[in-house]
Design a protein around this ligand. Structure first.
Ligand code: UD1
Length: 367
């Protein structure tokens, strides 16, 4: 048996690991699987709901680290995961994405000489002020197997001097989950519950530190939203980080003054996919949502200055609009007036990325 220990911690990790664990479980050769949850995210609606919606196997170990500064959170995960790795001695550790749990696990495993497989390797925004960019660079440098979602990621890794034999273009595991769950999501009652009509609303997410931690940037985005909600209703599942910032900056009344902006708690997976599938337009600063919008063919405007997922712009439905009010409003009006960009589905975003990862692991670890 090949012992594989997988680590998740924050919301976007769950939908990425799920298809991989399913594919490993299906493999006849037999892998012994352990799932560790670091506890970086811990709220019912930031964590547990995803296990329920996806049918993700429950974690074998929960480190329960919770929130903190970057150093506090990363250090707490490293201390916890070191004990787990020493006790379990896996043949391989799998990490996904670019969150602090990914970085902390990669550093700790590499120093214990446990090979690391990084799923969603090679993405780069080329903006080192983003905490995720630091996490991506360090995790990739330390990984033995780098599973990439698109050719641009392979290029980035080659430029950083990573040996070609460590890099595997497998496609997008997040889209594996989207394809598996799309039918289920279509049955979600969320549109009825919120009295929303198909193609007649915008769905918004916002949580990047660069947008919500800076009072001026957040104020400008809110000004843009105040105009947009006069044109079309907005539904806004609000991230806990953003809720906290809105309160700390005293911006509650700015949100309350927008009658057609509907604030709701963070959604479960199926409800959020349903909201995306039926939206006229998606406004976001998330990474994964840019990809899901492309896979669903729904127009997406990204409220950031850069993206680590350029393929969603070159091939998909995504446009980068930053946080300038005028620019955001122009882009929204164009879409509402029917100027939508037809995208295409990127290569290997076909629902079988996890199968390709397992094929690589089988070759690498077969006795
Ligand atoms: C993290 C990831 C980010 C990802 C995002 C998705 C890093 C560096 N960032 O950002 O890449 O896009 O998750 O959500 O790993 N909080 C709660 N309940 C929770 C979790 C968080 O209230 O269950 C609050 C806490 O006040 C915490 C804040 O949200 O301080 C931020 O959480 P944290 O995990 O530090 O980063 P995110 O902004 O969620």
């Amino acid at each position: 048996m090949i012992k594989i220990l997988s680590v998740v911690g924050a919301r976007p990790n769950f939908m990425k690991i799920d298809p991989v664990l399913r594919a490993l479980e299906r493999d006849a050769r037999g892998f012994a699987l352990t799932l560790v949850h670091t506890g970086q995210h811990y709220d019912e609606n930031m964590s547990r709901v995803f296990f329920h919606d996806l049918g993700l196997r429950p974690p074998d170990i929960d480190l329960g680290v919770g929130s903190g500064s970057h150093a506090e959170q990363t250090a707490a995960i490293m201390i916890g995961i070191e004990q787990v790795l020493i006790a379990h001695r896996p043949d391989l550790v799998l990490v996904v994405g670019d969150v602090n749990s990914t970085l902390a696990t990669a550093i700790t495993a590499a120093k214990l000489h446990v090979p690391v497989g990084h799923i969603e390797a090679g993405l780069r925004s080329f903006d080192r002020r983003m905490p995720e960019e630091i996490n991506r660079i360090v995790t990739d440098a330390l990984s033995a197997h780098l599973f990439t979602p698109s050719r641009d990621a392979n290029e980035n890794l080659r430029h950083e001097g990573i040996a070609a034999e460590r890099i595997h273009l497998v496609g997008n595991v997040m889209i594996d989950t989207l394809r598996r769950c799309q039918e289920l999501a279509a049955r979600s009652p969320i549109l009825d519950q919120l009295a929303l009509q198909r193609s007649k609303y915008v769905v918004l997410t916002l949580h990047r530190p660069s947008n919500v931690d800076d009072p001026e940037v957040l104020a400008e985005i809110l000004e843009a939203l105040a105009e947009i909600q006069k044109l079309i209703p907005i539904v806004f599942p609000i991230h806990p980080r953003t809720t906290k910032q809105v309160h700390e900056l005293g911006y509650q009344s700015r949100l309350a003054d927008m009658p057609s902006l509907r604030l709701i708690p963070p959604c479960g997976y199926l409800d959020f996919v349903a909201l995306q599938m039926n939206a006229k337009l998606i406004l976001t600063d998330s990474g994964g949502i840019q990809e899901e919008a492309t896979a669903l063919g729904v127009p997406c405007l990204t409220l950031r200055e850069s993206t680590e997922r350029p393929i969603t712009v070159t091939e998909g439905t995504n446009r980068i609009v930053g946080h300038n009010k005028g620019k955001i409003l122009r882009a929204v009006r164009e879409i509402l007036e029917g100027q939508v960009f037809e995208g295409r589905i990127p290569e290997l975003w076909d629902g079988y990325a996890a199968e390709r990862i397992v094929a690589v692991l089988r070759d690498a670890y077969a006795a």
